[in-house]
Design a protein around this ligand. Structure first.
Ligand SMILES: NC(=O)c1ccc[n+]([C@@H]2O[C@H](COP(=O)([O-])OP(=O)(O)OC[C@H]3O[C@@H](n4cnc5c(N)ncnc54)[C@H](O)[C@@H]3O)[C@@H](O)[C@H]2O)c1
Length: 272
């Protein structure tokens, strides 16, 4: 099996390391808009081959693989997911917040149905998505995600600077956002991809409620997912260790991509 990984940051690197040790994978193409990053990673991964960050080279690699993994940014999803699905290729998307855009999401859904390329969205940094998926087969009354992160996770966010919110000087847990999932994804595009995953699985981007908290004492990225319906109630709490290289990303998110890759390779789906 061959793989193309777009984005050689925290998640892409963990995935490439895992792919190196999976016997069935014989080639890993790596690309990144900062080409030097992909070149560096190629030296660290024996099965890896560098792909220049230009359209022709990426399309060529795409046509030579069974699976494309986006581990880059929402911009990369907008650009590469439709192209990939149009070619009938399978794609795993990590920057799932991009799918708050209804047009993009519906286009990808429809392409994947028509052209038969599969769209994989790992559970990422949140737990409880299995139960939410089951519950969504019937009525759901409420989905509420409460996410708490430390100040390190909220660097370079225009919404905070525009509103003169300086998270570095907070002295107590402070709610930065409380409302529908769609808006939080546009205000904090790099911080709360799980809001999109949960919305897509459950009651959509308008009805899913998100509370985003910055806690100056927090050393984890924590998510409390609450789902209520006739089935009963789910309360799933995850306290994630952040990546040192990217504090807004949780290690579990990378592991969820690795787990999805292993399921794809084995063609074995347990707990779905
Ligand atoms: N689904 C989840 O639960 C979840 C959790 C954490 C992170 N994420 C998302 O996954 C993505 C990767 O996370 P990460 O922590 O590895 O990020 P990172 O910043 O460590 O690495 C991202 C890499 O992608 C590259 N890149 C950015 N835009 C690109 C583009 N348009 N084309 C090609 N390369 C591009 C960057 O140069 C960088 O090397 C981010 O969008 C992040 O928001 C999702």
């Amino acid at each position: 099996m061959r793989l193309l990984i777009i984005g050689c940051g925290s998640i892409g690197n963990v995935l490439a390391t895992a792919a190196d040790s999976i016997e069935e994978i014989d080639r890993i193409y790596l690309t990144d808009k900062v080409e030097v990053k992909a070149k560096e990673k190629v030296n660290e991964h024996p099965k890896a081959i560098f792909v220049r960050f230009e359209d022709d080279a990426i399309m060529h690699a795409m046509d030579d693989v069974e699976l494309v993994v986006e581990a880059a940014s929402q911009e990369a999803v907008r650009k590469f997911a439709p192209i990939c699905l149009e070619r009938g290729r399978d794609i795993m998307v990590m920057s799932v917040g991009a799918f708050a855009d209804d047009d993009l999401r519906e286009r990808c859904y429809s392409l994947s149905k028509i052209k038969r390329g599969r769209l994989y969205i790992p559970s990422g940094a949140v737990c409880g998505t299995d139960g939410l998926r089951s519950a969504s087969s019937s009525q759901i009354d409420e989905v509420h995600l409460i996410t708490t992160k430390g100040p390190e996770s909220f660097k370079n966010i225009p919404y905070l600077s525009d509103n003169k919110i300086d998270v570095a000087h907070l002295t107590e847990p402070t709610v930065l956002y409380d409302g529908p999932a769609r808006k939080v994804l546009s205000l904090f595009p790099k911080n709360i991809n799980v809001a999109a995953t949960v919305s897509m699985l459950g009651v959509g981007f308008e009805k899913t409620k998100i509370t985003l908290v910055c806690d100056p004492q927090s050393r984890t990225n924590s998510h409390l997912l609450i789902v209520k319906g006739p089935f009963g109630e789910i309360r799933a709490e995850t306290r994630n260790t952040p990546f040192p290289s990217n504090p807004s990303t949780s290690y579990l998110a990378a592991l969820s991509a690795v787990a999805a890759l292993k399921s794809i390779v084995a063609n074995r789906w347990i707990g779905v």
